[in-house]
Design a protein around this ligand. Structure first.
Ligand code: GAP
Length: 441
């Protein structure tokens, strides 16, 4: 993780937020390459979940919504984590993570070991519940009536807008509504780089089905498999992924089933995405709290019902961390050690880098780069030897490096070098676009 965090900063993927002021725990900024990678991941999800399907549509809702939303969803009363304070270091820790969190004064020990070794269990305060929602105030008043929350998940406004979206899209159950957006949780102990942060982005899809148990179960199984397969399409190594089914006592009282997709991070297998059968609890809760009818009338069967929901919920930042961890590799190239990010070409920040062999060839090489950038995110690099330029682009995962040399002037060909195999081939300049299109398909 240390190597990865260092590379992420050095090459402009991720910086600590407000670094010049000493940083702010649990918040991160994405640099020039980070934002490209992030957008590519989000587009890849959006295409797969929305654009390529007939029965899923997208929305984009506000971060702050009516505070009653969070009463109805149960977040005001129940969205909390258990917390303890250490009486010596004054650190505040999640009570259910004490066995893995480092002690504030002696990071070689966990909080649990430290408490036991030093002063015994009395070292830590009693467990208290801490609500994770960030609060704010709407308008000029700062009293309870003006209190609102930054959303801790994006799905609730999919539920509250269910009827509007269903009517305008003329979708019939079963169908889904998806959105990508920021969520905020005042995590007690944000950690593991961008794995658990206080501001993050989610990609969520709520699929509405008949509340009939067999029907909901059928779609639940469909989405578990569909979502698991999506990570392979993203290029993640299959042997690093697994599904973990929640035990009955882990499930919310209304949930009929939940499977986490987990990835083997350097700190162990951890949750990437949750797929859950939430019954029709969410719509029912919002109907009760708002007094509005969110039920669905089925024209075919003439039945009226409150649909059940199968949810797929994934973090953008957690997916990006997975992609970084999974792509990181070290090997030897031309007798030198190199770091290479083996991103799937589909999501690599740069698709190609164009190198003029000599600055004298800058003009035609620039012309080629400007032509390619109409379609692909490219980089132009004329600094240092070709070997150094390869190393720089290996480190940011550019799948193809294209050298324009003196022969290119006569044979109208360039050399394309592949990041993973390091093999090179000559390709006609007028065929480079087709070549990249084919490779990035
Ligand atoms: N609507 C259901 C829901 O929000 P969740 O398991 O709390 O379920 C879903 O969150 C996903 O959102 C997680 O699997 C993870 O990818 C991401 N996520 C949750 N909390 C996060 C945090 N503090 N930092 C980064 N990602 C987070």
């Amino acid at each position: 993780m240390e190597k990865l965090v260092s590379l992420a900063k050095r090459r402009g993927f991720i910086f600590q937020s407000s670094e010049i002021y000493g940083g702010i725990n649990g918040f991160w900024d994405y640099g020039p390459l980070g934002v490209e990678l992030r957008n590519n991941i989000k587009n890849f999800w959006w295409n797969h979940m929305v654009r390529l399907r007939d029965n899923v549509i997208g929305i984009d809702t506000s971060i702050i919504c009516h505070p009653k939303t969070w009463v109805a969803s149960g977040h005001v009363d129940c969205f909390s984590d258990p917390m303890v304070d250490c009486k010596t270091c004054k650190g505040r820790f999640r009570a259910d993570h004490l066995g893995s969190l480092p002690c504030g004064q002696k990071p070689s020990l966990t909080v649990e070991q430290c408490a036991q070794q030093k002063k015994g269990p009395g070292e830590l305060t009693e467990v208290r519940q801490f609500n994770l929602m960030f609060e704010t105030y709407i308008g000029a008043l700062r009293d309870e009536s003006a209190k609102a929350y930054l959303r801790p998940e994006t799905c609730q406004s999919i539920f509250t807008q269910f009827k509007n979206v269903q009517i305008v899209s003329r979708q019939k159950v079963p169908f889904g509504i998806a959105q990508i957006g920021k969520s905020f949780r005042n995590e007690i102990t944000p950690r593991n780089f961008i794995f658990r942060s206080r501001e993050f982005e989610q990609m969520e899809m709520e699929f509405f089905t008949k509340p009939d148990e067999a029907e909901a179960q059928k779609w639940y199984e469909y989405w578990v498999e569909e979502r698991f397969q999506w990570f392979f399409k993203l290029g993640i190594k299959p042997d690093k992924l697994r599904k973990r089914e929640h035990a009955k006592d882990e499930l919310a009282h209304y949930a009929k089933g939940c499977v986490d997709v987990e990835y083997e991070f350097p700190f162990g297998f951890s949750e990437l995405e949750g797929i859950a059968n939430r019954s029709n609890y969410d719509l029912t809760q919002h109907m009760k709290a708002s007094g509005k009818d969110l039920s669905y009338f089925d024209d075919a069967t003439k039945e009226k019902y409150v649909p059940a929901v199968i949810e797929s919920s994934l973090g953008v930042d957690r997916t990006l961390l997975t992609v970084l961890v999974d792509a990181y590799d070290e090997d030897v190239a031309d007798g030198e050690e190199r770091i290479v990010m083996r991103f799937s070409p589909k999501i690599a920040p740069f698709k190609a880098a164009i190198f003029p062999l000599s600055r004298k060839l800058a003009e035609p090489a620039t012309k080629l780069e400007h032509d390619l950038r109409q379609e692909f995110n490219t980089d132009f690099d004329d600094v240092g030897s070709i070997g150094k330029r390869y190393r720089r682009h290996d480190e940011v995962g550019t799948p193809f490096c294209i050298t324009y040399d003196f022969d290119s002037e006569n044979d109208h060909q360039v050399t394309i070098r592949h990041r993973d195999s390091m093999q090179q081939e000559r390709v006609s300049i007028d065929k480079v676009k087709d070549y990249l299109r084919e490779k990035l398909k």
